[in-house]
Design a protein around this ligand. Structure first.
Ligand code: OGA
Ligand code: MN
Length: 289
């Protein structure tokens, strides 16, 4: 098997520098508003190999961020978070100095509560605190690979129930602060459940991942919440071992592009008196199998 460093040297259009052992790489030498087909193909390969890639000093408008995303797939329009008036497929994640709640402040993978969750997310840093507000990522491939054969076999039989209710139901915190603070609780959607395999096979790499989204799950399919809780909590604790993670410190103009099919992420809420503004485009994914 090639080492990460050898793979990293195998690109012509971009430079790829892994930032941790399990996942994550910084890509340099490209302007994301000006890519040819070969550069797009290399970025896609770097994403598949590193699961999350980061770029610095980019300049996205809503339109150019959409155009960047469309080179990799179809855009997803969020079911519950309102987009920009003129660009409904783009939304901003704004945390004001006075906000307590921070969007994404628990380990999750985007849109796990949808039948067809997000393939990838492209997040652009617009206004970044001097310190704090990092995003952490964990590899669900690494989490799967580290399980015993017996555990892999057992989990391979299980399905997990996800719900939109935890984050968008009428009791969700985000109606008080956070991205939905302008939304009326009366607009809270009907709670809807979907069932996904607990172990999913990545459609492009063929690798297996422990498909967890701690924010969004309800229970194991066919079991009660009480019965599911000990195993799911144990798996969640396992999945975020420091060895499986990386952490990105944002600057204005940074871009993170992550694969939601094999990672979780966590927005660190450690900047109580600062503003943070991010702009997001999401790529549509397939039904997990
Ligand atoms: C997201 C998210 C994390 C962050 O955009 O899906 O979880 O650090 N954001 O803002
Ligand atoms: Mn997220």
């Amino acid at each position: 098997m090639q080492t990460a460093k050898e793979l990293a040297n195998d690109y012509r259009k971009i430079t790829v520098d892994p930032i941790a052992g399990a996942l994550g790489a910084e890509i340099s030498g490209v302007d994301l508003n000006n890519l040819d087909d070969a550069a797009v193909a290399e970025i896609r390969r770097a994403l598949l190999e590193n699961n999350v890639v980061f770029f610095r000093d980019q300049e996205f408008t809503p339109a150019t961020q959409m155009a960047f995303g469309q080179q990799f797939g179809d855009l997803n329009r969020h079911s519950y978070v309102k987009g920009l008036d003129e660009y409904p497929d783009v939304f901003r994640i704004v945390k004001e100095p006075t906000d307590a709640h921070h969007f994404g402040n628990t380990w999750h993978t985007d849109l796990a509560y949808e039948e067809e969750p997000a393939m990838a997310t492209i997040l652009y840093g617009m206004d970044i605190p001097d310190a704090g507000g990092d995003t952490m990522f964990t590899s669900l491939y690494a989490a799967y690979d580290a399980l015993s054969d017996g555990m892999k076999r057992m989990l391979g039989e299980l399905n997990i129930v996800y719900t939109n209710g935890n984050t968008y139901g009428k009791d969700a915190k985000r109606f008080k602060t956070g991205v939905a603070k302008d939304m009326d609780v009366a607009q809270a959607p009907e709670v809807k459940e979907v069932v996904h395999p607990l172990i999913r096979t990545h459609p492009e790499t063929g690798r297996k991942a422990l498909y967890l989204s701690t924010t969004h799950y309800s229970r194991l399919d066919g079991m009660t919440e009480a019965e599911s809780k000990p195993l799911l909590e144990q798996l969640c604790a396992h999945a975020v071992k420091p060895e499986f993670t990386c952490r990105f410190k944002w600057g204005a103009g940074s871009v993170a592009f992550w694969d939601n099919r094999c990672t979780m992420h966590y927005a660190v809420n450690d900047f109580p008196n600062a503003r943070r503004i991010m702009q997001r485009v999401t790529l549509q994914g397939d039904k997990p199998i």
